[in-house]
Design a protein around this ligand. Structure first.
Ligand code: PRP
Length: 215
């Protein structure tokens, strides 16, 4: 059996992904430690786990140095191009929203508007679909600051609990898309390691069903 290398998004999705792999029958105990190690061979299996940042998960899978990846739909929408998206893992759920300062009428003005976002492509296609010409300002994090500081009229960002928006005086005014964690597969790997990948995906699918049925 060939080895299957899986890139896993560090941070928010990490815990739930490992929980899923554990339910699928894999020993992920080494990944529980708070170490700085980035590559792990799972014992008694042909699976190797790589920990990476979300956009890098996509880069590694697209370039074929990882066969599979677990990454949020938000990053796929922003960066994704050529791979198979094979499974919605059902966790890491959040929404892409357009948000503005409380009390502001974003649409009721003829002046040109500025949007701050970490997701320039997502924001651009959202406003392109509306035939609206807005200026997109790329921000790297804590994008909620931009309207407060007067840099932008609104933001396009992901919202999970809504706490960050609320605590910074912003309100969502429109949904852009729903987001959750997805399993992606390199196109060549899907052919070359078909049997191994299908075996892994079947185990994950079964583990997801267990989750849904609450067993
Ligand atoms: C995300 C997002 C919001 C926040 C939303 O940022 O960009 O700022 O989480 O979560 P909430 O609705 O539960 O409050 P993240 O924590 O990834 O940090 P960053 O902005 O520094 O990238």
């Amino acid at each position: 059996m060939s080895n299957v290398r899986i890139a896993l998004t560090k941070g928010r999705l990490e815990k739930k992904t490992l929980e899923l792999f554990r339910k699928a029958g894999y020993d992920c105990s080494e990944l529980n430690e708070k170490s700085r190690k980035l590559i792990f061979a799972l014992p008694d299996s042909n699976i190797e786990i790589v920990l990476a940042k979300a956009p890098d998960v996509i880069a590694y899978v697209e370039h074929g140095v990882c066969d599979l990846g677990v990454v949020g739909k938000d990053t796929i929408m922003e960066k994704g191009r050529s791979f198979y998206e094979v499974m919605d893992l059902g966790f890491g759920k959040c929404r892409f929203v357009l948000a503005v300062k409380k009390g502001e009428n974003f649409y009721e003005t003829y002046k040109s508007r500025k949007i701050a976002t970490k997701y320039a492509e997502v924001a651009k296609s959202f406003f392109d679909n509306k035939n609206m010409d807005v200026e997109i300002i790329k921000i790297e994090g804590s994008v909620e600051l931009a309207p407060i500081l007067g840099l932008a009229d609104g933001i396009v960002d992901i919202v999970e609990t809504g706490t960050t928006l609320r605590e910074n005086g912003l309100v969502p005014i429109e949904d852009v898309a729903c987001v959750s964690a997805r399993m992606i597969v390199n196109q060549a790997s899907m052919k070359m390691k078909k049997h191994e990948i299908q075996d892994f995906l079947k185990k994950c699918e079964a583990a997801l069903e267990v989750n849904e049925n609450g067993e």
